[in-house]
Design a protein around this ligand. Structure first.
Ligand SMILES: Nc1nc2c(ncn2[C@@H]2O[C@H](COP(=O)(O)OP(=O)(O)OP(=O)(O)O)[C@@H](O)[C@H]2O)c(=O)[nH]1
Ligand SMILES: [K+]
Ligand SMILES: [Mg+2]
Length: 424
């Protein structure tokens, strides 16, 4: 096993840079650079010297002997000054000692391989590192600290109990109806798991929107005030506003934190039935594409004719005496009249569209869907051959084991860890 190193504390010029070293040579490297191996798990102030005795920096060294460490291996940290020159010299020194720069997420991958962490926790950790908003942080921490794993473990226990019953039915001498009668006793446990699993699955889409961020498109005819509304939401003049219809051509986007959710707001070209201008037509095509992929649509000057659960209908320019028809919110994006009510409605919509869930990754959702389908096969006909029932239940257990990483599928690891930062 190679010994790896990385700067874990971000790049650029910083006061302090934290470096991590993991692998069998970690102790030897620490002893060489810090003069001797410091006491375990204690911060020690040392002069750091290269192997030829030249002073490299003055800093803090931490020595964590394995296997009780974050990676499960011998691990060390160096807290050095965060300049480019120190970084270059330290990197050269470590490389000269035979160490290799870590790949993104490689420390966590090692933790996984040594059983220090499960796959769900690793995915939660990745989400935590990516989190930009408060709700994203909370959802990610749930995964990282094991909430998702505990739920899966509960399902697994239920399935194992059901499997024991089914296996007893299989082993039973082939008497009329008796095996089926025994097998039926597995049904309540299976139903319980099935219901719980489907409940979690039902939350996944909203949890995924919370994790990835949701898209809010502002749609409406030219000059409805779409760009004015975007600018008010963002709090700055992001998009050009003018009294010329067709001002916005490209989609103008802004990322906002609303109620702890990451929201990408899209201001779009005004939609009208006819135009001879090919550029305006191209802009309208982009508007339609934005509307297509939006999770929530603010429609200005809505005529109320279209039915779409994503719509939030707004009548703008109420300062000009416009009255808001039934089912629309009255607003002046220019003066701010009606703004509080609008924001309350919008926030409510956002909160209902992106909510915390335990399983939000495509990988997890696909495994849950397969599991739910297999359980349906069992519960649709619990009187079938107990051997077949047992086989389906075993397949669900295997899916759950893939979920937690108890069964490791190599190709998912690459996908999970490549999105990590270096040094984690
Ligand atoms: N009185 C009043 N004028 C507004 C309001 N909102 C926008 N306007 C004006 O309406 C005109 C068009 O506003 P924009 O924000 O450019 O409208 P838009 O929907 O983005 O227009 P396009 O990009 O051309 O489709 C500008 O002159 C704005 O100042 C409002 O609430 N009240
Ligand atoms: K305009
Ligand atoms: Mg505009």
């Amino acid at each position: 096993m190679e010994t790896i190193f990385a700067r874990s504390s971000g790049s650029g010029r910083t006061a302090i840079a934290v470096w991590r070293i993991s692998g069998p040579a970690a102790g030897e490297v620490v002893a060489k650079l810090a003069g001797s191996l410091p006491s375990a798990r204690r911060a020690s102030h040392r002069q750091i010297r290269d192997p030829l005795g030249g002073l490299l920096d003055d800093g803090i060294v931490l020595w964590f002997p394995g296997p009780n460490t974050a990676t499960g291996e011998d691990l060390a940290e160096f807290h050095l000054h965060g300049s480019q020159a120190v970084a270059t010299r330290f990197t050269e020194t470590l490389t000269g000692l035979g160490l290799r720069p870590a790949e993104p997420g490689e420390f966590t991958l090692r933790a996984l391989r040594y059983g220090r962490m499960g796959l769900l926790e690793a995915e939660g950790l990745g989400d935590l590192l990516d989190a930009e908003t408060e709700q994203q942080r909370q959802q990610a921490l749930g995964g990282y600290t094991g909430s998702a794993r505990e739920v899966v473990a509960g399902w697994r226990d239920g399935l194992l109990a059901a499997l024991a019953v089914l296996d007893a039915a299989v082993d039973f001498p082939d008497e009329e109806d008796v095996p089926a009668e025994i097998a039926s006793r597995a049904v309540p446990a299976l139903e319980k798991v099935s219901v719980s699993l489907k409940q979690e699955l039902a939350k996944s889409a909203k949890g995924r929107r919370l994790r990835e961020g949701l898209t809010l498109a502002i749609i409406g005819p030219p000059n409805a005030g779409k760009s004015t509304l975007l600018n008010r939401l963002v709090g700055e003049e992001r998009a050009i506003v003018s009294d010329i219809p067709g001002t916005t051509r490209d989609v103008v986007s802004a990322r906002l934190d609303i109620a702890g959710r990451l929201v990408e707001v899209l201001d779009t070209a005004g939609l009208r039935d006819e135009t001879d201008d090919p550029i305006e037509r191209a802009g309208m095509e982009r508007s339609r594409a934005a509307r297509e992929r939006a999770d929530i649509i603010i429609e200005l000057s809505a005529d109320g004719s279209r039915e779409d659960p994503r719509l939030l209908r707004v009548t703008n320019k109420i300062d000009l005496g416009e009255t808001a028809p039934e089912g629309t919110l009255g607003l002046s994006a220019l003066t701010g009249e009606g703004w509080d009510e609008f924001l309350i409605a919008l926030t409510g919509r956002i909160e209902a569209t992106a909510c915390p869930a335990l399983f939000t990754h495509e990988r997890q959702i696909a495994l849950l869907q397969s599991g739910a389908a297999a359980l349906d096969r069992v519960l649709d006909d619990p009187a079938q051959d107990p051997e077949l029932l047992a086989e389906d239940v075993r397949s669900v257990i295997a899916l759950l084991d893939q979920m937690t990483g108890r069964i490791t599928v190599e190709d998912v690891l690459g996908a999970i860890f490549s999105r990590f930062c270096i040094g984690k």
